[in-house]
Design a protein around this ligand. Sequence first.
Ligand code: ADP
Length: 257
Amino acid sequence: MNMLEVDGVGHTYQGKDGAYTAIDGLSFTVGMGELVCVVGPSGCGKSTLLRSIAGLLRPSRGTVSLHGNRVDGVPSDLSVVFQDYSRSLFPWLSVTRNVEFPLRRLSRSERSTRAGEALDAVGLGGAGKKYPWQLSGGMQQRVAIARALAYRPALLLMDEPFASVDAQTRFELEDLLLRVRREQDTTVLLVTHDIDESVYLGDRVLVLSKSPACVVADLDVPLGSSRDQITTRASEQFVELRARVAGMLQGGPVTVR
Ligand code: ADP
């Protein structure tokens, strides 16, 4: 079953200087339990696409459906992790309270269990009483991921989630994501401008064209479920795929799956 269906989605912004079409005729699906990466050049319309899926923007054309239900407003079973963790956590709430925040409708004990499990999953089991400003950037982004996971969303949307941390932390967080989605069977759509990251993380990579963005390729990533920062990135398949994606982003030959 498809968790997400994006069908013919296009959006035209109306501004003082006239109309500007940011995305056009975007169509793709994400199956249950899949991790799909969307990669495209800066300014091609990735955020516009993400906002349309999250129900934060009503696209001018086309439809978005989440497990069969048309998105028309913010779906209740969706979590988003943004790039800027410093603005997505509440500095006056402890780590545990931050993670529990979206779970207000659950009982106190259920909230506490879910937050504890999510913090354990991201390796922050002992940090619940700390405040975000007492943690490193990488740890704060782990809290944001824990909060998203504790909510148990049908779809986890991630917008350049590792772009604001240093390279070593980025690798650790990428591996963390691969592990938790394996353990929890989470469906993930991750937007990035980093070609290597899209190939390393994705079961599939959707390559977008320049604005107005459309899907120029939908590539399977046959690297298996067990990936390693050193050996996977050095493998022939990885190198070949990243070169293909890079070629497409530079306007080279397009191969559609
Ligand atoms: P990306 O996330 O890939 O960098 P965006 O979706 O943010 O791309 O933007 C795509 C294009 O749409 C850009 O040229 C941007 O200037 C334009 N755009 C984004 N938001 C608006 C808006 N609210 N009004 C007018 N143009 C916009």
